[in-house]
Write a protein that binds this ligand. Sequence first.
Ligand code: PHE
Length: 336
Amino acid sequence: MGGYFAGMEHELVITRRGPRCGLPVTVAIHSTARGRAAGGCRLKHYPHWRDSVTDTLRLSEAMTAKCAIAGLPLGGGKTVVAMPEQGYAGDRRDVLLDVGDTIALLDGRYATGPDVGTGPDDMAVIAERTPYVFCRPESAGGSGDSSPHTATGVLSALRAVCAHRFGSPALAGRSFAILGLGRVGAHVLRMLAGEGARLIAADVDDSRREVAARHGAAWTTPQQCLSAEVDVLVPAALGGLLTARSVPALRCAAVAGPANNQLDTPATARLLHERGILWAPDIVVGAGGLIHATAVELLHESPAQVAARLDGIGDTLTREFLAPRRTGGDAAHTGS
Ligand code: PHE
């Protein structure tokens, strides 16, 4: 890696000003080597719209690895719309139709799904312009909301993490700090509460406090949540939270959550390792939604087969933990 062309692996990137919404829409296809590229559609504000292009490149690359590790016949892609800071004053449908038209330009080389800022109803609107959409509502012929399935995969991952770090997969009595109570985070919180875990939670949106209260979780600020003294920190919001600055402040034994791109750079994996903190790669932990949607909509598997796939997330992680170290952090360190 390193050098002038580092990361220039993408097969195709389109950035256009949405003809209806006027916002920058980017679709990146990192790889179709294993099959059609898949990856969610994110609506998010960035400091500058160019940052949304950079983020799409990174997120789509991660999707290639996510699909491959999950054993799915898919490649990696992603869609990002750079949203205005004050929120979008226009019609949300215009944004989604522009996304649909952009995907339609790609002739089936990429299919989208829900991501940060979008859900099944949005997928139904995108589907007005292109058939390459996962997770439309069940009433519209899709596999519906992927977030409970992502959360099911996270629980499988957390059992594997506890088994590896503490010698038992039991979640009861273990302490978890959940950072982010959006769709997925809220399901993870509820499921962990059902297992008898001890919980702390935080979200930048203070109104999510009520979700925490409902499941007996202590409420704290995102900053305190990040450095809470717990068994496992569960990042369930936006990425980039593990940095050379934040890692020294962590007081958890392990980090495992569904947020995409948790490490600011691959080298940060090494900092975690040096502190003796077990990090479960987000591309494995957060794959449940993608796995469910693909298994149901593309592979037409039975509920039992789908459940076995989600349960396999823990086994994949255990293999990863036991494999000889070959993290991006090491690669970055040796300059290879
Ligand atoms: N946002 C998720 C991801 O990118 C979910 C997803 C589900 C994406 C289904 C595509 C299809 O992994």
